[in-house]
Ligand binder design. Structure first.
Ligand code: NAD
Length: 255
């Protein structure tokens, strides 16, 4: 395991799912973690982990400014994990302008705002940013026009940030997960396939992937910790799919 002792990390959307797992993994590696979320329970959730919880909305400039100022007050930030995100269903015809704007604001602009305010603190420590994208940037299904646009934007924005801030010693990468078992995913697939149990649905999708299972939060957290850590020093501007091989083809197709 990478030793992140003495490193300061900020994780957005850390109250649940993948962000919670990333915060847990970075803490286990020795980092001091500022776990932020729009969920007002983040203080209590972070406390149980041993992190500092900060309520902040990634789509609000002042919130991101306050979050980074607090996390960086000790002399800098080493790691920013831009994880907060929401799903969104709809086509160009059915989606309202408000839904489009909300999705882009949280899933794409939020990562820009967090980076914008973290960069001065990351520069001080030659830190790293890891943005959480999605397989939907490459291989999509269903009606997700705003989500796909945002996640494809994350891949492009990652490359631009890596180019712009490499001279400061800041590395910027992204990871694009396929289906990862989280409470949110269980709930949405439970709704989508009410005729069978969620476990049956997840097992069936898993069997259709080359890896034979869907992803776990820990799979993503491990990759993020690696990209944020000292052994990934020459990895920059890259997006890594972590999808059990879903992008090479899958038979079931309910992703
Ligand atoms: P989740 O809903 O379990 O967690 C998302 C967290 O983000 C929640 O705690 C939520 O409160 C927080 N959040 C939402 N809006 C916010 C805002 N405006 N400001 C701050 N926090 C906010 O979802 P998850 O599945 O853990 O997803 C985490 C990330 O991973 C997202 O970016 C998502 O798009 C991405 N992702 C997830 C999967 C999957 O299968 N679970 C696959 C690909 C990508």
């Amino acid at each position: 395991m990478d030793d992140l002792t003495g490193r300061v990390a900020v994780v957005t959307g850390a109250a649940s799912g993948i962000g919670h797992g990333i915060a847990t993994r970075l803490l286990a590696a020795g980092a001091s973690v500022f776990a932020s979320d729009v969920n007002p329970d983040i203080g209590a959730i972070a406390e149980t982990l041993g992190a500092t919880g900060i309520v902040a909305d990634v789509s609000v400039d002042a919130d991101m400014q306050r979050l980074m100022a607090q996390a960086g007050a000790g002399g800098g930030i080493d790691i920013l994990v831009n994880n907060a995100g929401i799903g969104c269903r709809g086509t160009a015809e059915t989606l309202s302008e408000a839904e489009w704007t909300r999705t882009i604001d949280i899933d794409l602009k939020g990562m820009f705002l967090a980076a914008k305010h973290a960069i001065p603190f990351l520069r001080a420590r030659r830190g790293a940013i890891v943005n959480i994208g999605s397989i939907h940037a490459y291989l999509t299904r269903g009606e997700r026009v705003a989500y796909v646009a945002a996640k494809a934007g994350v891949v492009g924005m990652t490359r631009a940030m890596a180019l712009n801030h490499g001279a400061d010693g800041i590395r910027v990468n992204s990871v694009s997960p396929g289906p990862i078992e989280t409470p949110e995913l269980r709930e949405s697939w439970g709704r989508a396939f009410p005729e069978r149990t969620v476990d049956e649905t997840l097992a069936e999708l898993g069997r259709a992937l080359p890896s034979g299972r869907i992803g776990r939060v820990a799979d993503v957290a491990e990759l993020v910790a690696f990209l944020a850590g000292p052994h990934a020093g020459f990895i920059n501007g890259t997006d890594i799919l972590i999808d059990g091989g879903a992008h090479v083809g899958m038979g079931f197709g309910i992703l």
